[in-house]
Design a protein around this ligand. Structure first.
Ligand code: SF4
Ligand code: SF4
Length: 103
């Protein structure tokens, strides 16, 4: 338990050289910790901040590296943590701007 997080930045890691980013939907997370256990790089740890579900989502350890391998994405039962291709994210944003694509 800890301080309740009201606002958050979904992007928690970026590697421009690989063209990928790691995102976390903080308030969707169920706090199971599977992503922390499965990570081969020991990148993640439990945050001391609680989300709207009063659970502790993961956060990137200080100074840790992420290989953007997607294992955390594959194991997450709540679809809360995932890797996004930067070009793909731009593409979707542009399509949405033109009104040709909607969520
Ligand atoms: S993408 Fe891979 S290295 Fe990065 S946090 Fe997830 S499991 Fe760990
Ligand atoms: S696996 Fe998903 S639901 Fe579980 S702690 Fe990680 S991000 Fe949250």
């Amino acid at each position: 338990m800890g301080e309740l997080c009201i606002t958050y930045m979904p992007q928690i890691y970026v590697d421009e050289s690989k063209g990928k980013r790691l995102f976390l939907q903080f308030n969707r997370c169920g706090g199971c910790g599977y992503c922390i256990e499965v990570c081969p790089k020991n990148t993640l740890e439990k945050s001391s901040t609680i989300n709207e579900r009063l659970l502790n989502p993961p956060t990137v350890r200080s100074g840790a590296e992420c290989s953007l391998c997607r294992l955390c994405e594959y194991i997450c039962p709540d679809f809360s943590i995932y890797v996004v291709d930067i070009d793909k994210a731009k593409e979707v944003k542009e399509e949405k701007k033109e009104g040709e694509w909607h969520l």
